[in-house]
Design a protein around this ligand. Structure first.
Ligand code: GTP
Ligand code: MG
Length: 197
């Protein structure tokens, strides 16, 4: 998809404050520091659109970005930062879970995992929560520029097995730093967006 418009719209924590114009939405979820905001910027071709940081816990609200005046991409607060289980009801956790469970216009959840790490217990909890909410999920491995060739070759298979996904489940490996995999990811997102509108 050619990006003709990409802008920050608003931050919100409660359903009543989320955009209500019915646009189709894709959300980016994952532990703190995994690279959600960076990936969003890489996809939209705008550095600095979503605020990134080397310190975990940068994104603390749900941030809505308008894409081509037609869709929303939603940058979510990371989990694992406050060192509490996903379902402990702190304010961010509540907002995140409520959003993921009940947002009507949410067509796809992109679950980001750090390509250098084993998925954590929280990642598995998140996958389970999304499964229970019957959300379509796409797993994306981030920061693959940090991996050696050999590690990269084994990445998708390793993640599928660690997450208990089907052998043909899509796992996209990306680097927001080098742009590797961004085109492949766009192809999938494009498909989701076109089919839903
Ligand atoms: P929170 O908002 O805290 O949940 O973090 P986030 O998931 O939005 O992560 P963010 O995009 O802020 O990136 C965290 C750190 O990882 C930053 O220092 C980024 O520069 C770095 N980073 C993100 N993507 C990549 C990547 O593809 N490669 C490398 N090498 N570093 C990356
Ligand atoms: Mg962020």
């Amino acid at each position: 998809m050619r990006i003709t418009q990409a802008e920050y719209v608003k931050s919100a924590m409660h359903t009543a404050d989320f955009p209500s114009d019915g646009r189709v939405e894709i959300a980016f979820v994952g532990r703190s520091n995994v690279g959600k905001s960076s990936l969003l910027n890489a996809l939209l071709g705008k550095k600095g659109l979503a605020k990134t940081s080397g310190t975990p816990g940068k994104t603390r609200t749900l941030n809505f970005f308008s894409v081509n005046n037609k869709y929303y991409f939603v940058d979510l607060p990371g989990y694992g930062f406050a060192k509490v289980p996903l379902k402990v009801k702190d304010e961010w956790g509540m907002a995140l879970i409520e959003y993921l469970q009940s947002r009507r216009t949410l067509e796809l959840v992109v679950l980001l995992l750090d390509g250098r790490r084993e998925p954590s217990g929280l990642d598995l909890e998140m996958l389970e929560l999304l499964d229970e909410a019957r959300r379509p999920v796409l797993v994306v491995a981030t920061k693959v520029d940090k991996l050696k060739q050999g590690e990269r070759a084994k990445l998708s298979k390793g993640l599928r097995s660690a997450l208990g996904l089907a052998a043909d489940a899509e796992v996209v490996a990306v680097s927001a730093e080098t742009g590797s995999g961004i085109k492949d990811l766009w192809e999938i997102l494009d498909d989701v967006l076109t089919k839903s509108t």
